[in-house]
Design a protein around this ligand. Structure first.
Ligand SMILES: Cc1cc2nc3c(=O)[nH]c(=O)nc-3n(C[C@H](O)[C@H](O)[C@H](O)COP(=O)(O)OP(=O)(O)OC[C@H]3O[C@@H](n4cnc5c(N)ncnc54)[C@H](O)[C@@H]3O)c2cc1C
Length: 402
């Protein structure tokens, strides 16, 4: 095989510790050329291959007993084009490192999620998102990418070149090949003004539409422990703080570079289920989950997170074709979550929710195909690019039905 660095103990675990595997080997190519060599040699001996980012998915997307590729050796910027508001980035780049690098070129990501620990390709491969009614997931920020297919072919994809493969690859769960470079659509560097305040559950719901409409980013956490009296509401804005009643409740306020405002620390380990729902079902669905927790799971203390996401046209994006609300439910990593998440999932599914690919769910190919109008297009591209299924693992075989 190539001279890629090998780890001495080939064991791998995800962030929450809920997924572990023993790959035949873990390879960390130090360059794109090494990556291509590694993939070609794996293809020659018929080895299966998975690629991992930062291992922050709760589902066994990366699990393999074949070759596990880490792109931790492919970090940083390939090139920045401030005039075009674009930059090409090595796919293994961690989001936390990207902020400073882009800022030096007067650029910043359009939106980010709750944390910045993910690798760029890992984040886009599951449709990772933040919040904002007019803002799409990180996958929608991608305007081009380079894919090393299971056969070791190198494909540069964009809306102009290999457009079908590009659209499929924007959210592809590592099933089309190893993404080695990503070109991002960016904004001129900008600051954000964050306010966090406390309000009652009922007041929060009454103001929901207005807050979502009036703020670039709006989300809130409902904290079950405090029931109706103390849900936590969190808003980001680059507008003036609101006047009047709400201002009296402001608990915390800060202004900083955008990439420093978006992420938060996640010191405690947890497991998570999140579904993307049609936006107009969001508040009803939340009330049903809250009712479930009050009646059947009163011991769960972890908050529920409520966010918004613009519709997009990416084939496997949970926000495909519809304005979206995402609702996330958590449980401590050391506690059982199965019956609780199964009941929550039933509520989500009743509202035609689509699961976050990186978070726990039980859906299989038949059910997923019903939720995605472009399911067959995606599967067609996947079979074309990886006809032998070298990039599949047990989890993906259940998701894709082969
Ligand atoms: C504490 C925490 C907070 C989170 N917050 C959010 C949030 O705010 N919003 C949200 O949407 N999600 C969130 N997530 C979920 C997380 O963003 C996704 O699961 C994301 O995919 C993880 O990125 P990763 O780099 O760890 O990728 P991994 O979990 O390692 O991999 C994810 C997928 O990407 C593929 N992949 C990785 N690298 C490549 C590559 N180079 N080429 C091709 N495929 C590749 C893998 O094969 C796999 O299918 C959170 C997760 C945790 C643990």
């Amino acid at each position: 095989m190539s001279n890629s660095r090998r780890s001495s103990v080939p064991q791998w675990a995800n962030w929450s510790g809920g997924v572990t595997c023993t790959p035949q080997r873990i390879a960390t190519p130090a360059s794109e050329a090494e990556l291509i060599d590694l993939v070609r040699q794996a293809a020659r001996i018929g080895a299966t291959l998975r690629v991992a980012g930062s291992g922050h998915s709760f589902t066994p997307l990366c699990a393999t007993d074949g070759v596990l590729v880490s792109l931790d050796g492919l970090q940083g910027l390939v090139a920045a084009d401030p005039a075009a508001h674009q930059a090409t980035v090595w796919a293994g780049a961690k989001l936390y490192a990207l902020g400073d690098l882009l800022w030096e070129h007067g650029l910043a990501q359009v939106n980010m999620g709750d944390i910045d620990r993910q690798a760029l390709a890992g984040a886009i491969s599951t449709g990772t998102h933040g919040t904002g009614r007019t803002l799409g997931s990180l996958s929608t920020q991608v305007v081009g990418l380079r894919l090393v297919t299971a056969a070791g072919d190198v494909l540069d994809c964009s809306p102009a070149h290999e457009p079908a493969i590009f659209k499929a690859a924007q959210v592809s769960l590592g099933s089309l090949g190893v993404i080695s470079q990503v070109t991002l659509r960016l904004l001129p560097a900008y600051y954000l003004h964050e306010r966090t305040w406390v309000t009652s559950f009922d007041e929060c719901l009454a103001q929901l539409a207005e807050q979502i409409e009036n703020n670039r980013h709006f989300e809130f956490f409902w904290v079950p422990e405090h029931d109706e009296r103390l849900p936590l509401v969190k808003g980001y804005t680059d507008q003036e703080p609101p006047q009047g009643r709400l201002a009296r409740y402001v608990r915390e306020e800060r202004i900083d570079r955008s990439y420093r405002i978006f992420p938060s620390e996640r010191a405690l380990k947890f497991n998570e289920i999140e579904f993307a729902l049609p936006a107009d079902a969001g508040s009803t669905c939340l009330c049903e989950v809250r009712q479930l927790m009050h009646t059947r799971y009163p011991d769960v203390v972890w908050p529920i997170e409520y966010r918004t996401l613009a519709a997009d046209d990416l084939w496997l994006s949970p926000a495909y074709g519809r304005e979206t609300v995402t609702i996330s439910v958590h449980q401590a990593a050391e506690l059982p979550y199965q019956p609780f998440f199964a009941d929550v999932e039933a509520i989500f599914r009743n509202h035609h929710g689509r699961p976050h690919w990186g978070k726990i769910h039980s859906l299989t190919a038949r059910e997923l195909a019903e939720l995605y109008p472009t399911w067959d297009q995606f599967q067609g591209v996947r079979r074309q690019v990886d006809p032998g299924g070298a990039l599949l693992n047990d989890h993906l075989r259940v998701l894709f039905g082969r």
